[in-house]
Design a binder for this molecule. Structure first.
Ligand SMILES: C[S@@+](CC[C@H](N)C(=O)[O-])C[C@H]1O[C@@H](n2cnc3c(N)ncnc32)[C@H](O)[C@@H]1O
Length: 498
């Protein structure tokens, strides 16, 4: 155990640098969380990239690392809910008039009190100590007073109050859920529209929307993929059991394992890229492309399924699964990626696949000159990522509706390039990790309107065929959901060239 005394969470405190401001030293985990939040706010950093490095650098491990992680991600995710709470506790001071550092400290304290159930005395005194360290003594009284006011109302009572005050007549679920479930209004509205477009009855859409938004606020469980031919699922499971505890089989993908705890990076199979961390939704859409029925002979008159393309491959999760399958079938995969550093990540992801199967190309997928060359093509298009908000805690605050138009153009152009690169009878999988209809159905429908050489396959039916259990989807496009399937909200359309 490190130096310092235990706080109410059972962790140690006083492990940070000595305070230069006269009070007790702040807790190292809380200081790390604060610093990550400031970097996210000031320099557009990604919390999931900055935090692990910072924890490593400072030797914060075990329960302290878990505490810092939940504190950072939870505070980021639930920012709108906490700002609504705080704005009711700062008397006549608008939150916008506070120093950004002080507002961040108040959010951190509020998440400990309302979201993590850290005992109030520990949450308040530790946040005050942190305030003294990073912002000096002046705001400590205010931080202390505001957090004590927050703590006088129970979390459930706060939610009831926010519901009453944001939607008194029960007629504005988008406004209400945007605050209580902490999503920007434009995203809440878009997700409601996507649920309805996917077949949810408008009358039931608000209850389902609440479930979806709540699912976005829960950390995604880690799923592993045992890349076929590179490691057996049973061997990966045995390695997991030796490292931490018995993993669960995946719910959907025959290659998935849910390890439950432990650092997947410590597994030998992951280190040598025979296995990887991959959401089950991503595994399923990849398997669906590999199993989609082709038609007609290949263009060269040879075997009908020898050339595969991943047009947007970085960082390489799907390319590695596709490449492993390709190797088993004696097929070749061209993994294309426009960003050189992401192409480097693809190289790492496919490292365990024997040489000769995967070729990596760095370039714009729209400029790939290979008309009619491929049997199966994956377009995992750049998108807003609104289907993966569970794992990108700051993304909801960073994305704006203005992102949709340029992405929509790029998505249409990449899908057109993919179709051009596919032989007659070959199949294109158009995939996004966003359920926003501007990135999913509208892109595909637009493409179908413009071309007369494409037929739509029933992606829901094909997904059912590759899944361990029936995901109960209605086709022809397939939309997975965090609250229904426990996966990212992956969209899949399967299009066959005629
Ligand atoms: C959603 S990610 C793909 C994820 C990847 N398939 C995986 O499973 O790891 C989209 C990728 O497309 C790349 N990209 C963006 N524009 C592109 C273009 N014009 N041509 C090729 N790739 C592009 C991005 O750099 C990004 O790596």
């Amino acid at each position: 155990m490190s130096r310092g005394q235990r706080d109410g969470s059972g962790r140690t405190r006083g492990t940070g640098p000595r305070s230069g401001a006269g009070g007790p030293a702040p807790d190292a985990a809380r200081l790390a969380a604060y610093e990550v939040l400031r970097r996210v706010a000031e320099s557009d950093a990604y919390a999931n990239l900055v935090l692990p490095g910072l924890l490593r650098e400072r030797g914060i491990t075990g329960r302290d690392a878990a505490f810092a992680t939940e504190l950072t991600y939870g505070t980021l995710r639930l920012r709108a809910r906490y700002d609504a709470v705080l704005s009711r506790c700062t008397r006549d001071r608008a939150l916008s008039s506070l120093d950004p550092e002080v507002l961040e400290l108040l959010r951190l304290g509020t998440h400990q009190i309302l979201g993590m159930r850290v005992p109030v005395h520990a949450a308040v005194s530790e946040t005050v100590a942190l305030t003294r360290e990073v912002a000096g003594p002046a705001p400590t009284g205010m931080v202390n007073g505001v957090l004590r006011t927050v703590s006088r109302t129970a979390p459930e009572a706060w939610l009831e109050r926010l519901v009453e005050e944001t939607d008194p007549d029960g007629t504005d679920p988008v406004a209400r859920l945007s605050v209580t479930e902490s999503h920007p209004e434009w995203i809440t509205r878009a997700l409601r529209q996507s649920l309805i477009a996917d077949g949810t009855e408008p009358a039931g859409a608000d209850a389902e929307l609440a479930d979806l938004l709540a699912a976005d606020n829960v950390p995604a469980p880690v799923a592993l993929v045992a890349r076929p031919g590179l490691v057996e699922v049973a061997d990966l499971a045995a390695e997991c059991a030796r490292e931490s505890r018995e993993p669960e089989p995946g719910r959907w993908s025959p290659y998935a394992l849910i390890p439950g705890s432990g650092d997947p990076g410590r597994l030998g199979a992951v280190a040598r890229a025979a296995a990887g961390v991959q959401d089950e939704g991503s595994q399923l859409v990849t398997l669906a492309l590999a199993e989609a029925p082709l038609a007609g002979p290949a263009v060269d008159g040879g075997a009908a399924d020898t050339a595969w393309l991943d047009l947007c491959a970085g960082p390489g999760g799907k390319a590695a699964l596709l490449g492993a399958l390709a190797h088993q079938r004696g097929t070749e995969l061209l993994a294309n990626e426009v960003a050189p550093h992401r192409a480097g990540l693809v190289r790492g992801a496919v490292a365990a696949i024997p040489a000769g199967t995967v070729e990596i190309r760095v370039g714009d997928g729209r400029e790939l000159e290979a008309p009619g060359r491929f049997d199966r093509v994956l377009v995992d298009a750049p998108c807003t990522g609104l289907g993966a908000l569970r794992r990108r805690p700051e993304a909801r605050w960073r994305r704006t509706p203005a992102d949709l138009a340029p992405l929509g153009t790029l998505q249409r152009e990449l899908l057109a390039a993919a179709l051009d690169a596919t032989r007659a009878g070959g199949v294109v999988a158009y995939v996004t990790c966003s359920p926003h209809i501007a990135e999913t159905q509208l892109v595909v429908d637009d493409t179908l309107r413009r071309r007369d050489d494409v037929e739509v396959l029933d992606a829901a039916e094909i997904l059912r065929g590759v899944s361990r259990t029936d995901p109960l989807l209605s086709g022809p496009y397939a939309q997975l959901w965090p609250h229904r399937h426990g996966t990212d909200a992956m969209f899949l359309a399967l299009l066959r060239r005629t």
